[in-house]
Design a protein. Sequence first.
Length: 466
Amino acid sequence: MTHPNPVPKTWSGRFSVPVADAVMEYTASVSFDQRLALHDIRGSLAHARMLSEIGILSAEDFVAIEQGLGEIADEIRQERFVWHLHDEDVHLNIEKRLTERIGDAGKRLHTGRSRNDQVATDIRLYLRDAIDDSRRQLRALQAAMLTLAEKHVETVMPGFTHLQVAQPVSFAHHLMAYVEMLSRDYQRLADCRRRVNRLPLGAAALAGTSYPLKRERVAQLLAFEGLCDNSLDAVSDRDFAIEFCAAAALVMTHLSRLSEELILWMSPRFNFVRIGDAFCTGSSIMPQKRNPDVPELVRGKTGRVTGHLVALLTLMKGQPLAYNKDNQEDKEPLFDTVDTLSRTLRLYTDMMGDITVNADAMRRAALEGFATATDLADYLVKKGIPFRDAHEIVARAVRHAEEQGCDLADLSLEVLQSFSSRIEGDIHAVLTLEGSMASRDIPGGTAPARIRAAIAAKRQDMACDD
Ligand code: ARG
């Protein structure tokens, strides 16, 4: 980037020039909105083509603009383009360069357009691509989770409520819960995309334009699904970016929860999983440490993305119609959300492929907390005892087992029968972890057959993506 103000003001004295520079630096956005450059060019090309089709631009001017913008795009891609702070933003930098290259035709490009509808168009084009990337990345992460789940349909772990052992579940079932969350995230992004994918151009500064622009044609050239129907709304609202950040914050929140679990499971107290060395770091002082840095950072970065969502909501809430410069502040939170989400999804996908499960530790933990107590109660209900009474009987049996320092399944038939005469020889099959899991044979339940069906259905779903 070149120096902000190469031409000092003559009246500046010792005071005004630095202030003017500071104002320019404060108000310029080119340091960050240059990321929109290729989308800006794409939007300009469509606008120019339409202008030439309706006779507002001559054929020669259009050819010059098309060629000039093509060359500028190359300069940008090859990082040869010199950005100038005194040209404020990405739009003016490109337009100025175009005029430098092709002369007056460059100055005609902005006919019937304002930077207000231009920037709104750029962000939408950019975000549409970002949404498509995020959705692909979500699918890759889900695929990695399904691969891990497939190996662990029969792996028993304690399911928790209140972080207390509750009932045995399959580790695959647990993973599939996250696959479901990510499916909703995937759909949410598709839904958000429909509202992102509308054309602001034609709104001009705020009121529309007196040129007979063919907005539908520009929308078609840019593959937008429709037009923004009100010019004031088109240039001023950023709800589509807010929606995206909300969807991104939810993805991050889901991954933050899984990260929290991975962190717990990796602690020697649990020892349920091991995450590959590539995703952990050591301590500079304690040689024995292996810290789950990646999950911890995902948990941490979730706060950052949620912060961006709140920043955009706050940015919007006090603005009168239509465009205000406040909106320039939409970009950094949005870009950082896109980057953080993308980096997180990529690492998470790799990490899922590098998780080793300690099935023995999971199983031992599942055996510790009377995880099959509900199964005993359900057994009694099936033998004709009302559920509330069964609950009471089991509570007494659990207390007894606790005093003995053993699990319910370790109590002999005679002892179990002392709590209820309805208990018979078939009880022990019910009290095993496998028996308990297999009995949850209901849609959405943890029975292995159901999980296999759920995995197959998800794979099917993912194969016929839109
Ligand atoms: N850099 C500006 C932004 O990001 C572009 C629009 C400027 N419009 C204006 N009237 N100053 O919002």
